[in-house]
Design a protein around this ligand. Structure first.
Ligand code: ATP
Ligand code: MG
Length: 726
């Protein structure tokens, strides 16, 4: 088997071999990034089947994401001597998919209610019904519930020590009832119910018998509930192998417990511990940077990683003046590499710290026709649930008849949505000249205070028309969010508040570039339309696409070339970790409490930086914008610590220091359009050679005077473009 493996290109080193062959008994394989933990798991599954004759269906392999599970199956299928049917029969699953399969097997038929957006909508509705929608944000409550359930507790056990806690509990119980009445369960329910099922010997014992070998990847990020499930399942055979890296615990906000891995060999006294320390993934200088970043953490097992000698480049740094310039630089730079033939799009990943941190780069990629896949969010910033309502207000300010914008612009008002819309549409037919929302304000089914609220909203929307976009956003922020954001009440969860705050700041930054609401809305609409073309663009490029994702999503993955953006104080480390005060936590008892300590938060940020850096095989480009949201931002302390001095521009490619130096019109140089059906449309082209953005005139921007470029503010000029036909 091992000789065949070697012929297939996998020459395992000594400790890797030992881990693959170890057994029976519990085994902890601890290793830094890129040392082949996931490789060993796959090789071990193959070894058990091919050499030890273990039945594939008695092997359970738990991975962190469904993408990882699918990859694991592929890896196993590619091993020598493994039949495709055997590879399929191995239970390579995420915790959720395992739990769901268990429930289904036990005859549970409820539908899955898994869409975050839908959950928020339901929670919003319930909060409105309970008259709590001004005090709570749905996202806040739902994440608190998640954290609570990750500890294995049900909503009925939520604390009720203060009025806030009682209100929150009431709303969450209403949410639980809503699901129950409709025979639905969300992911937390799935986990909780499956874990409770495992308390029943009739369910547990056959599973314990069946799964003779259990292996868990990314063990450092399991939460209490998941850990308990694994322990129960493995209790009979005790052939539990966990692999992980305590330096890569990055999900404590989801209940991950670093202790699980740090103390595995204390819980399982007879556990064998095998450490791997040869990194096969990264160039030694990239690995060195990662190691010296994470070495500053105190809560960790010390490791010394050596590089297997993969050849690459020294990490490169660049300090753009702000995220807009950063985005121009990164996209120009990567286009240049692709045009030169150094890399394919799919060799490249762009990593960012927070969800809203990808806004500028996303706009660049869309406006410059770079095929890309965004993992996780996948929507235009302006269409995201927190931002969309504000944009819809602006759209209504320009055109009160954009009916599709009315529901979201009604905000948290206590107005029935569906029947309200029906009423407006009915009245519209009778009195088509009237301002549509007026019909709602005069609707006799609404009570006085509700009618007053609608009138108030109409006044607000009308007042936005004459404002500069930035002012308009600030006006809405004052009207809708400031009270909530400034409230220090303990019923609010800091983590969510931060996200909201950050999204609003990002929106203000975006709005600042435009002179009129009309231009701003036109740009957002253009971006959505162009983003919808992305699928066509990717198909035309044969699926060859840049990956754009948060650092969290990049866990376990590797790419020849990584761009890590936002390596500045306040972004990475994130501002939440920099507060002097420990962040106030929701119903303090509700969250796992693991993150209350600022020092621990900072250590988690450091681990994030480590994860990001160690995704790179050959090339790593780190950018640190000197300002963010209009405020100065210093170079990330993680870089300063790692180098001891400011890495002003350590070395190498002088081109990398000049933003946009290589830019050239993307559309000229690339031909991935050629396979799609194309139409020619009138456009405005940016005149800056460093930028190459363009705007479709036929979507919205029909104005005759050339606008300034929305990305770099250079003048634009008339032209035409070929675009994929929709
Ligand atoms: P992470 O902590 O990021 O999840 P990991 O420890 O799981 O990393 P792998 O993804 O398994 O690491 O391996 C990293 C890279 O090293 C992969 O490209 C893998 O093919 C390669 N690799 C692992 N072991 C060997 C080996 N013995 N010989 C050659 N290449 C190896
Ligand atoms: Mg791995």
């Amino acid at each position: 088997y091992f000789r065949a493996l070697e012929q297939a290109g996998i020459l395992l080193n000594r400790p890797q071999l030992e881990a693959v062959r170890y057994g029976p008994g519990p085994l902890l394989t601890l290793a830094g990034a890129g040392c082949g933990k996931t490789t060993v798991l796959a090789a071990r599954a193959g070894y058990l089947m091919a050499v030890r004759g273990v039945s594939p269906s008695s092997i359970l392999l738990v991975t962190f994401t469904s993408k990882a599970a699918a990859e694991m199956k592929e890896r196993i299928a590619a091993l020598p001597g493994i039949r495709p049917a055997a590879a399929r029969a191995v239970q390579a699953r995420t915790f959720h998919s395992f739990a769901l399969a268990l429930l289904r097997h036990q005859g549970v038929t409820e539908d899955i209610f898994g869409e975050t957006q839908a959950q928020h909508t339901v929670m919003k509705m319930l909060l409105r019904q309970l008259r709590l929608s001004e005090a709570y944000q749905p996202e806040t409550l739902l994440s608190a519930l998640s954290a609570w359930k990750a500890e294995g507790r049900s909503a009925h056990e939520l604390p009720e020590n203060s009025q806030e806690e009682r209100d929150a509990k009431q709303a969450l119980l209403a949410y639980e009832d809503w699901k129950k009445e409709r025979q639905k369960m969300d992911f937390d329910d799935i986990m909780l119910r499956a874990s409770r099922l495992l308390h029943d010997p009739a369910v547990l014992v056959p599973l314990q018998k069946r799964f003779a070998y259990i292996m868990v990847d990314e063990f450092q990020d399991t939460n209490t509930l998941q850990y308990e499930m694994v322990r129960r399942l493995a209790a009979k055979h005790r052939n539990l192998m966990v692999v992980g890296d305590d330096d890569q615990t990055i999900y404590t906000f989801n209940g991950a417990r670093q202790e699980s891995i740090l103390q595995f060999d204390k819980v399982y006294k007879d556990a064998k511990v095998i450490t791997l320390n040869i990194n096969y993934r990264s160039d030694a200088r990239i690995l060195g940077l990662g190691s010296s970043i994470v070495a500053k953490n105190r809560k960790r097992r010390a490791k010394r990683l050596v590089s297997a000698g993969r050849q690459g480049l020294e990490p490169q740094f660049f300090t753009p003046s702000n995220p807009e310039e950063e985005a121009i630089h990164v996209v120009s730079h990567l286009l240049h590499q692709v045009e030169e033939g150094t890399l394919r799009y799919s060799d490249i990943a762009i990593l960012h710290r927070t969800a809203s941190g990808s806004r500028s780069i996303f706009e660049q990629l869309v406006m410059r026709d770079v095929p890309f896949i965004q993992y996780g969010a996948g929507t235009v910033f302006y269409d995201q649930s927190l931002i969309r309502p504000l944009m819809d207000h602006l759209r209504l300010a320009l055109d009160p008849r954009r009916m599709e914008c009315i529901p979201s612009a009604l905000g948290p008002l206590y107005v029935p949505r569906e029947t309200g819309m029906e009423h407006i549409q009915k009245e519209e037919k009778k009195q088509p000249k009237k301002y549509p929302l007026i019909h709602l304000a005069r609707w006799e089914r609404l009570r006085d205070f509700q009618q007053e609220q609608v009138k108030e909203r109409i006044r607000l929307i009308k007042s936005l028309t004459a404002m500069k976009p930035l002012l308009a956003i600030q006006e809405m922020r004052r009207a809708f969010y400031d009270k909530y954001l400034e409230s220090g009440d303990p019923g609010t969860w800091t983590h969510y508040k931060e996200t909201l705050q950050e999204s609003l700041e990002e929106l203000e930054t975006a709005a600042r570039r435009f002179d009129t609401v009309e231009e701003f809305v036109a740009f957002a609409d253009e971006l959505s339309a162009r983003h919808r073309d992305m699928e066509t663009l990717r198909t035309a490029a044969d699926g060859d696409a840049v990956s754009l994702m948060t650092i969290h999503r990049a866990k376990g993955l590797e790419f020849p070339c990584i761009y890590l953006i936002g390596a500045s104080e306040g972004i990475l480390p994130h501002s939440t970790a920099l507060g002097k005060e420990p962040p106030e936590d929701l119903l303090t008892s509700v969250t796992s409490g693991a993150q209350a300590d600022p020092e621990q938060l900072l250590e988690e940020e450091r681990r994030l930086a480590y994860v990001a850096v160690t995704r790179a095989k050959q090339m790593l480009y780190i950018t640190s914008p000197a300002a963010n949201h209009g405020k100065p931002a210093a170079l990330s302390r993680f870089l300063l610590e790692a180098y001891g001095v400011k890495p002003s521009a350590p070395s190498g490619d002088p081109q990398a220091q000049r933003p946009g130096a290589h830019a050239r019109s993307g559309a000229q140089a690339r031909d991935h359009h050629s396979k799609a059906r194309m139409i020619t449309v009138p456009v405005w082209n940016c005149t800056s050679t460093a930028c190459s953005a363009w705007i479709r005139k036929d979507i919205k921007h029909t104005g005759e005077t050339p606008p300034l470029c929305p990305l770099c503010s250079s003048p634009m000029q008339e032209g035409t473009r070929s675009v994929p036909a929709r």
